[in-house]
Design a binder for this molecule. Structure first.
Ligand SMILES: C[S@@+](CC[C@H](N)C(=O)[O-])C[C@H]1O[C@@H](n2cnc3c(N)ncnc32)[C@H](O)[C@@H]1O
Length: 280
């Protein structure tokens, strides 16, 4: 059965509510691998004291925290996300501040009566099934002089951390990604990202690409941690494979990691990230 947009979003929010603590521990709470993008994004949008900033799909608050470090007690920052669990972690991690609020919203549905100088959105645009709707809401919430900053992962071929597993797994579990799930690397090339942002009416679009490196350890550690950190409904599908299928799958994944495996058996993946800035 194909998920419609509402069903997909409900499923996705449920997943984020479940994985947010693990996501925070492994990714957002540490500045390694793709999360080296966080300070680059904050640099590129040129955060200034007194700015009013919305961090959309803030998750557990990685970007929000960096923004706050820049503006201190001045200005105003709002972190907004569809996952209540993620917001609660972000609140705890960032502490109480008079110029900081977190709110629970759907990126495709919000509107503020206040306009922002800057809106950031890191690693989330591809989760919005109707990204145009979210981008129009963003533009409506920006001042005419305002700046948008968006980070996305590169195309799957440029992010072998994901593709080494996904390319193999979808052969064994065809519905691993349920039908109706938007393609999560659909904005992973400069052209596709540029076109999407241009379509929503933004100007002065600039996209920089970065290739960070990320080491998940040796293959056994990569595989074990992947299964430990993924969402429950996805893990259940892998667990449902019989022993021989599971071992075949593991071998297929291992094969995909060979180009990135060093002589000491440690895997070092390149990880492409695109960071876009644009004006209202
Ligand atoms: C990969 S996390 C990124 C979080 C954060 N920006 C960071 O850099 O760590 C994606 C986030 O998008 C949020 N999200 C997904 N769909 C959303 C929607 N429709 N509206 C608002 N947030 C959404 C999820 O709850 C999750 O926290």
């Amino acid at each position: 059965m194909k998920l419609d947009h509402t069903e997909y979003k409900q499923r996705n929010i449920k997943i984020w509510n479940e994985i947010a603590p693990r996501y925070h521990k492994r990714w957002a709470g540490v500045n390694q691998g793709p999360f080296q993008s966080t300070s680059k994004l904050v640099d590129l949008v040129n955060v200034k004291k007194d700015d009013s900033i919305l961090d959309l799909a803030c998750g557990t608050g990685a970007v929000t925290k960096k923004i706050l470090n820049r503006i201190g007690n001045s200005g105003r920052v709002i972190g907004a996300d569809a996952s209540v669990t993620a917001i609660n972690i972000a609140k705890k991690w960032n502490g109480k501040k008079s110029n900081l609020d977190f709110i629970n919203i759907d990126a495709e549905k919000f509107n503020f009566n206040h306009k922002f100088d800057i809106i950031t959105c890191q690693y989330a645009l591809f989760f919005f099934p109707n990204a145009q709707k979210a981008l129009k809401n963003i533009r409506n919430s920006l001042k005419k002089t305002g700046t948008l900053g968006i980070s996305v992962h590169g195309h799957k071929d440029k992010v072998p951390f994901f593709s080494s597993i996904l390319d193999a797994i979808t052969k064994f579990i065809p519905d691993y990604v349920p039908p109706g799930t938007p393609n999560l690397d659909r904005f992973g090339t400069k052209k596709s990202l540029y076109d999407e942002i241009k379509n929503a009416g933004f100007s002065k679009i600039s996209i920089k690409d970065f290739t960070f490196s990320y080491s998940p350890g040796n293959f056994e550690e990569y595989w074990k941690n992947y299964l430990k950190y993924i969402a429950k409904p996805i893990k259940e599908k892998v667990d449902a494979l019989d022993k021989s299928q599971r071992s075949e799958l593991k071998q297929a994944v291992k094969q995909n990691t060979i180009p990135y495996t060093k002589r000491n058996e440690v895997i070092v993946f390149p990880w492409q990230v695109l960071i876009l800035t644009a004006k209202y």
